[in-house]
Ligand binder design. Structure first.
Ligand code: NAP
Length: 500
């Protein structure tokens, strides 16, 4: 029988947090404070310092010192692995507290938050093994007098900027891999959702991570984030967020020190459904892919592309699912879709819904803000009669809005799927392996699902094609990404003299 969970509650007054430098929590002092309200409960829950550029400098200098004296990169893979494994254990022990803060600051359902934190335990466990597996290459085929070595070195000081939609999950898809490589880091969470990043820094230090290896600066993207993108002493920046800010990271890297960049950006992800799919499974998957995390999901399957012969029937089936989804208080264990994270995002989603109707799409269900007494909620929304030129089909809405388009041939399905500047993720639903694999090969996306959607784990790398980003996080590639490659030629025996 499922374990009965005790209902968690918001704090009676907002909790104060400091930022985190060189193993210490630094109180706000005279700095301005950002007070975060729970988007579901309309209560202030956390108070976070707004760090300054000088704070970014001190965090970077702490990470630099920790990198250069080799207190972390100089350890064996075995010793780094032990810290990551211990961290996994501590995250497991603190699962409820971390999940509660995710729910309070982001608005996501508590059961979902708990599952995400469980997934993060797996990320640390997996990366702990990679700390020991990371290796280079050798060339023993260069002739008797030459030996070639390819070694990997940590890049150095990494800046990590994360968004508000999966504050802890996205953090944990990166931090253990960065640490496995031997780098040190400075993290900036979204101002909306800083608490769980601060909790992770504390947990890592408790697990034995040396002081200064992880530092967290809190505050706004424009001040703290931008200072990081321009910083001359950050060797690599891993940015997850909008394509627009991603572009400014590229420009800032070019203006400053050509720091290496990892970019995980937006998506407008297709879900292609063939008439030969298990339509019951496909309906459930499509509804989940679009409404999960209120659609505030970079890999959200926000474009349904369905075979014409079943389009009308399938649209009705998705509508039935959408109207059954339980939207409400994210602290209720039965809630499936919680609150929209920010007031600005609520307005953006509603504006797109209005625009869709103005452009001639047909609203099938949802489309309205739900009045649940308090909090900001939007019902899962479905539009049919959508064409590829409409804003609702082109732009990443980042809300629970699904558009329906139909196709008659495999080629047409692929063309509609690829008709986007993005290339983050895609799903196909079909019981015909030829069709499913043809679509997988031809649709330009970094993540692909066949007869499922939004599944994942630490093993497979994450990242996008086209304007969805550069580089890969997680998996072995996620560790290698944070290394530089050095090629060494070693001559044996007597040199063949050039000057005699
Ligand atoms: P965002 O506005 O781009 O913000 C992302 C992060 O960048 C936040 O920490 C933000 O700080 C910071 N930031 C804002 N302006 C900045 C600047 N000028 N310089 C440096 N940093 C800056 O994105 P968001 O609204 O949080 O998240 C939604 C977007 O992220 C969507 O486009 C979504 O697709 C994308 N996303 C992609 C992935 C992926 O893996 N591909 C995953 C999740 C989300 P503040 O919030 O404190 O201002």
């Amino acid at each position: 029988m499922a374990k009965q969970q005790k209902r968690l509650e918001p704090p009676t007054s907002p909790k104060e947090f400091g930022f985190f430098v060189d193993g210490n929590s630094v109180p706000a002092g005279s700095r301005e404070i950002f007070e975060r309200y729970s988007p579901a409960h309309e209560l202030p829950v956390s108070r976070i310092p707004k760090c300054t550029k000088a704070d970014v400098d001190s965090a970077v200098s702490s990470a630099r010192q920790a990198f250069e004296d080799r207190r972390w990169s100089g350890l064996s893979g075995h010793d780094r692995s032990a810290v990551l494994l211990k961290t996994a254990d501590l995250i497991r022990q603190n699962q409820d507290e971390i999940a509660l803060w995710e729910t309070l600051e982001n608005g996501k359902p508590i059961s979902q938050a708990r599952a995400e934190v469980g997934g993060c335990v797996g990320m640390f466990e997996y990366a702990s093994g990679l700390a020991r597996i990371l290796h280079g290459d050798s060339f023993n085929n260069l002739g008797d007098n030459i030996f070639g070595l390819v070694t990997r070195e940590p890049v150095g000081v990494v800046g990590l900027i994360t968004p508000w939609n999966f504050p802890f999950l996205i953090l944990c898809e990166r931090v253990p891999y960065i640490l496995a490589s031997g780098c040190t880091l400075v993290v900036k969470p979204s101002e909306m959702t800083s608490v769980t990043t601060l909790l992770l820094a504390k947990i890592l230090c408790e697990a034995g991570l040396p002081d200064g290896v992880i530092n967290v600066v809190t505050g706004s993207g424009r001040t703290v984030g931008q200072a990081m993108t321009e910083h001359l002493d950050i060797d690599m920046l891993s940015f997850t967020g909008s394509t627009e800010v991603g572009r400014s990271c590229v420009e800032a890297a070019g203006r400053s020190n050509f720091k290496k960049l990892g970019l995980e950006l937006g998506g407008k992800n297709p879900q292609i459904v063939f008439a030969d799919a298990d339509l019951e499974d496909a309906t459930d998957g499509v509804a989940f892919g679009a409404a999960f995390n209120t659609g505030q999901c970079c890999v959200s399957g926000s474009r349904l592309i369905v075979e014409k012969s079943v389009a009308a029937e399938f649209t009705e089936m998705v509508k039935a699912k959408f109207t059954k989804v339980s939207v409400g208080d994210p602290l209720d264990e039965n809630t499936q879709v919680g609150a929209i994270t920010t007031a600005a995002q609520t307005q953006t989603i509603l504006a797109y819904i209005t625009k869709g109707q103005e452009e001639g799409a047909r609203l099938i269900c949802g489309g309205t803000q739900l009045d649940l007494g308090k909090g900001q909620y939007i019902a899962p929304t479905l539009f049919s009669d959508v064409t590829s030129d409409m804003a609702i089909a082109r732009d990443e809405i980042f809300g629970p809005v699904l558009t329906v388009q139909s196709f008659e041939t495999v080629e047409e399905a692929i063309a509609i799927a690829n008709d986007t500047v993005y290339g983050l993720a895609a799903s196909v639903w079909s019981k015909n392996i030829d069709k499913a694999l043809t679509v997988m090969r031809r649709v330009k996306a970094g993540r692909f699902w066949i007869n499922t959607t939004l599944s994942g784990g630490p093993e497979l790398p994450l990242g996008g094609f086209k304007q969805s980003g550069w580089g890969r996080e997680a998996g072995m590639m996620g560790v290698e990404e944070y290394t530089q490659v050095k090629s060494t030629h070693l001559e044996l025996g007597k040199r063949n003299l050039w000057i005699t």
